[in-house]
Design a protein around this ligand. Structure first.
Ligand code: ZN
Length: 141
């Protein structure tokens, strides 16, 4: 991952072939002491795992796509879960046929490029386990 530009709280980052989105962003935030951020990204992926949350079973139903896809839009937030940066991101991805798939991002491996806008927020946001949903939800300080 390369830090291309920083302007005030905005960081423009670029991922190269084979680099994974969650892993790289969580590492960048850990290394730079970022505890809260808003994220947007576009690019292309060659390996993708996305899911939809099954509230009844309290788990994600996931699907893997091992094909070249355009990343038409990724949006997400960075917060702190169990003391470490945690990315929560959703995305839409298009096939050569222009059909779109989308969902909660488990894993997204870069093919040609992945361009990220990370908007750092001062301080940190925490996640805590929620009984009803079974998820770690954002919480007030
Ligand atoms: Zn989600």
């Amino acid at each position: 991952m390369e830090l291309i530009k920083t302007f005030q709280s905005l960081h423009i980052l670029r991922l190269s072939y084979g680099e994974e989105l969650r892993e790289q962003l969580e590492k960048f935030c850990a290394d730079n002491n970022i505890g809260a951020a808003w994220i947007n990204a576009i690019g292309a992926t060659k390996e993708l795992e996305i899911g939809v949350y099954n509230l009844k079973e309290k788990k994600y139903d996931t699907k893997v796509f091992s094909e070249m896809l355009e990343i038409t839009s990724v949006i997400g937030d960075m917060s702190i879960k169990d003391g470490k940066p945690f990315l929560h991101a959703h995305g839409t991805f298009s096939r050569p046929s222009m059909e779109v798939v989308g969902g909660h991002i488990m894993r997204c491996v870069t093919s040609a490029t992945l361009e990220i806008l990370l908007n750092k927020i001062e301080g940190s946001m925490e996640r805590q386990h929620d009984e009803f949903s079974g998820l770690h939800l954002l919480c007030k300080d």
